[in-house]
Design a protein around this ligand. Structure first.
Ligand code: ADP
Ligand code: MG
Length: 294
């Protein structure tokens, strides 16, 4: 019997939906003003995310993924609607919503350990407590040998592991990740995906992960929120009915490929709409005599 027949999709999603809602967006809109004109980037988004869910947000470039994550992070005020964490309105950044973004956001003048200690110290922990918590997380991400190194001495993958530890040391309810592995080479990226899945399996956290990589979204997510652009709206929410725990081998299965085709269609159809030039690519005229026989 294959692994997928053992996996009961219905009961899996029933269990997820029975958990409390941790984040809820109600008619959430974001409008940016450019002089006298304004542009609606997010338009009346309704979304419920359940505790311990792994949500991926995908959509074509410029559709509002980062705008949504900044609003959830509390970094940008929003135009209208509501966004609630555990029933409380978001009014600004909070350590309960940890953030990991694509650009390496570590303090370059601090060591790995000092970077991870920063959050607890800000919350008023003693140096000793902060150091103990930091060490615990540095061990979990497997960088104990590097705790006294500076960010410039680390590889891209290591820097993102430190960024993850720096967010998790604050014991956030939600981890927000905006294209966190976007700058990594494919091999490191895959290892980081696996590492993140292992972390998520073992700690009590809800992850909202923005990516434009469809394979990444399918591999990681319980549900994929596919946004469409102009204005950003939810085009579809896809339940990823693949068994867990997942490994990279899953990507070669027909089930994965079926989902991939569906997601591909959702996102690419929009990219063509967004860039009319793509629909009408010119035929390149022959400019030199090119022959494969000579
Ligand atoms: N602070 C801002 N002020 C004005 N326009 C913005 C701001 N942030 C994002 N935008 C615009 O909103 C749109 C969506 O951007 P973004 O959320 O970064 O897209 P994505 O992350 O999906 O690629 C873009 O057209 C961008 O130029
Ligand atoms: Mg973005």
């Amino acid at each position: 019997m294959s692994q997928s027949t053992l996996f009961d999709v219905n009961s899996h999603f029933q269990k997820i939906y029975a958990r409390p809602v941790i984040l809820e967006a109600k008619q959430l809109s974001q409008v940016f003003k450019y002089g006298k004109t304004e542009r609606t980037v997010l338009n009346q988004i309704d979304l419920k995310i359940h505790k311990r869910e792994f949500i991926c947000v995908i959509g074509p470039s410029g559709c509002g993924k980062s705008t949504l994550s900044r609003v959830i992070a509390g970094l940008d005020p929003y135009h209208s609607g509501e966004i609630l964490v555990d029933g409380e309105m978001i009014t600004g950044p909070s350590p309960e919503r940890g953030m990991v973004f694509q650009g390496y956001t570590l303090f370059p003048w601090k060591t790995v350990k000092e970077n991870v200690m920063f959050g607890p110290l800000m919350k008023g922990a003693s140096r000793m407590t902060a150091e103990a918590h930091a060490r615990e997380w540095i061990n979990i991400i497997g960088l104990d040998k590097y705790e006294n190194q500076y960010p410039h001495q680390l590889s891209g993958g290591m820097k993102q592991r430190v960024a993850i530890a720096r967010a998790l040391v604050n014991e956030p309810k939600i981890l927000l990740m905006d294209e966190p592995f976007g700058a990594l080479d494919p091999h490191t990226r895959q290892r980081m995906q696996k590492h993140l899945m292992d972390l998520w399996q073992n700690i009590d956290i809800t992850i909202i992960f923005v990516t434009h990589d469809m394979d990444e979204a399918i591999l990681l997510a319980d549900r994929i929120v596919a946004l469409k652009a102009n204005p950003g709206e939810i085009k579809e929410i896809i339940e990823v009915d693949l068994p867990r725990p997942r490994s990279l081998d899953l990507m070669a299965t027909p089930e994965f490929k079926r989902l991939r085709k569906h997601v591909d269609h959702l996102v690419h159809a929009q990219e063509d709409e967004l860039d009319p030039a793509l629909q009408d690519l010119p035929k390149i005229p022959r400019m030199t005599q090119v022959s494969s026989t000579k």
